[in-house]
Design a protein around this ligand. Structure first.
Ligand code: NOJ
Length: 593
């Protein structure tokens, strides 16, 4: 536990001790040109690379199409590596590229040791790996351990006969007979994607369990053969040189062995199913044994491979077990989805959540994420319709200046919007087809990357029939035009990432909350082991605010604050003795001297 954090939050500070720091906004803010500075090599940083990394998620269908079929591919990613190098990300996580039945767009795998022809070939993957390495960019693959496709040879065989050697690779039940003598599923569990979680297979006279679509049968992790097969698949990629995995739905690997009914919570969800407790279908204790063995396996590889978890959990404290608690022997970076996937830009909520991530995880490294291919984009969740562009800069600052590894999603850095389909016949995501109109699915956050305005496909493809439509705002919101505009969101991201790399306090310093009773402005300090200190203040309100930075109370040294980055830029240049005044939704990053 950080004592300084406790000090800055413990009780109302005595009046005399509240020192409103007088800020001298000396010198100009870092000019746009600073963004073009070659980023400091990550090798200078202390600790493993992933501890201070910026990881960039690529949804490969929508990143770059190289062959004009309207869908992104591996050669397309390779073609865009220079862009990622310039953005200065440390690693890319690519959503599944394996052969798949493509019902869930890659998350229903039919072969764990190959590349889907729609994305390219294994040789093209190796070339991508090599080109990325030349640019100091690591590649993290998605690994779907919870389920396969129902078209995977294992499942096809398992569903053929109870005598199949693969039958026990999946979770089966004979179900139960109702009063009329009809066979019913064994319990009330529902799929997260709608309907019963059980599907009957007449050939074997049993139901199989599927947490997601019925085309995604769950693997039976109580069968040691499953673990062996999946670890072998991971070794295949580790041997090729991938930097690690993002583990899909990893909290769901085990289910209650007794298949007990889930307690009802009342009401229905967006798919029209009853809301049920997930005590029997999520986060079961056995999963941690698998995680420890997986970590041990991955740690036998050189080069600091990393395990990232897709861990949607109810409380920050629940994340601790996923790191292995004080032993730190499970995942390196289970995702904290609580900070970034809210709907309200609220200083108190962010302060509380961030404080929890600093104090409840046995000093493990938090992994923050605000955007991905499953959630409405942060622009649309946090924006108020008036200050959206400014709010997007605050989100970027939260992601890149708090003490956390940063995970971002393609298009976030240029302010891509969520484009939800308006007609059910246009929906591609089965979730949206089934859930329409209450749940319109995830197409909106998966639209193609907006590179330029050279054609109606925003430079993503030459094919007018892209797999999802390009968002109409591509003429203004695109990489090419934002790269040329020093005040763009893209350049704000570039400057933040460059600063995070070069500034030790931001890269690896501890975090101290400041001005903790302020309901409108979130302020914190990052302090390196050498006491280099950076102060961040984010005005999360539509009114101008003057934070009360109780630096002495927080045990911080220095009285002179030099702006490093601000948005709007420049902030008010008050007289030498004026505290900093933050316009609505302003973000301010300053060095304390
Ligand atoms: C989480 C993935 O991110 C999502 O896209 C997918 O549908 C489910 N897991 C099931 O694999």
């Amino acid at each position: 536990m950080h004592t300084s954090l406790r000090r800055s939050t413990s009780g109302p500070p005595a009046l005399a001790a509240v020192l409103l720091v007088l800020v001298v906004l000396a010198g100009a803010a870092v000019p746009g040109s600073a963004a073009s500075a070659v980023p400091a090599p990550a090798a200078q940083a202390a600790g493993p690379w992933w501890r201070h990394a910026v990881i960039y998620e690529i949804y490969p269908r929508s990143f770059q199409d190289s062959n004009g079929d309207g869908t992104g591919d591996l050669i397309g990613i390779t073609q865009r590596l220079d862009y990622l190098e310039r953005l200065a990300v440390d690693a890319i996580w690519i959503a599944p590229i394996y052969p798949s039945a493509q019902v869930d767009f890659g998350y229903d795998i039919t072969d764990y040791q190959a590349v889907d022809p729609m994305f390219g070939t294994l040789a093209e993957f190796d070339r991508l790996l090599g080109e990325a390495r030349r640019r100091n960019i690591r590649i993290i693959l998605d690994m779907v351990l919870n389920h396969t496709s129902d078209q995977h040879p294992w499942f096809i065989d398992a569903a053929r006969s109870r005598d199949s050697r693969y039958h026990d690779f999946y979770v089966w039940s004979a179900g139960k007979l109702d009063a009329a003598g009809h066979r019913q599923p064994p319990n009330n569990w529902v799929s997260l994607f709608g309907g019963s979680a059980w599907e009957f297979v007449p050939a074997v006279g049993q139901f199989y369990y599927h947490r997601f679509y019925r085309q995604q049968p769950d693997l039976n992790w109580r069968n040691p053969e499953v673990e062996r097969a999946m670890f072998a698949a991971m070794r295949f990629w580790l041997d090729r040189g991938v930097a690690g995995f993002r583990l899909d739905a990893v909290t769901e690997l085990f289910e209650d062995a007794k298949l007990r009914d889930a307690p009802a919570l009342g009401g229905t969800n967006a798919q029209g199913d009853p809301n049920l407790s997930d005590i029997y279908t999520k986060n079961l204790p056995e999963v941690h044994d698998v995680m420890r063995r997986l970590r041990a396996m991955v740690d036998t590889y050189p080069g600091e491979r990393v395990l990232i978890g897709e861990t949607y959990l109810a409380k920050t404290a629940d994340l601790d077990a996923w790191y292995g608690g004080p032993k730190h022997n499970e995942l390196h970076l289970p995702m904290d989805t609580l900070v970034g996937f809210g709907n309200r830009l609220d200083a108190n909520t962010f302060r509380r959540r961030l404080l929890e991530s600093q104090t409840e995880l046995h000093d493990s490294q938090p992994l923050l994420v605000f955007d991905n291919h499953d959630n409405v984009r942060s622009w649309d969740r946090f924006g108020d319709g008036v200050h959206d562009a400014q709010i997007a800069r605050i989100v970027a600052a939260l992601l890149l200046t708090t003490r956390a590894t940063a995970l971002m999603y393609q298009g976030q850095e240029i302010g891509q919007r969520t484009q939800t389909p308006t007609r059910v016949e246009d929906v591609r995501d089965p979730l949206g087809v089934r859930g329409w109109p209450r749940d319109k699915g995830r197409d909106g956050e998966r639209t193609p990357m907006q590179w330029d305005s050279s054609n109606a496909q925003a430079g993503f493809s030459t094919n007018p029939h892209t797999w999802l439509p390009v968002t109409a705002n591509y003429r203004n919101v695109n990489v090419h035009s934002e790269a040329a505009d020093p005040g763009s969101l893209l350049n704000w991201y570039r400057r933040l990432i460059a600063l995070r790399r070069s500034n030790r306090a931001l890269r690896e310093g501890r975090m101290v909350m400041l001005d903790t009773a302020n309901p409108s402005v979130l302020s914190y300090a990052r302090v390196s082991v050498d006491d280099e200190t950076v102060i961040v203040s984010l005005n999360m309100s539509a009114q101008p605010q003057t934070p009360s930075l109780d630096l002495v109370q927080a045990g911080l040294h220095g009285s002179h604050l030099q702006t490093l980055l601000s948005s709007p830029d420049p902030l008010s240049r008050g007289g030498a003795k004026e505290p900093v005044s933050l316009p609505p939704y302003a973000a301010w990053v300053a060095e304390l001297r």
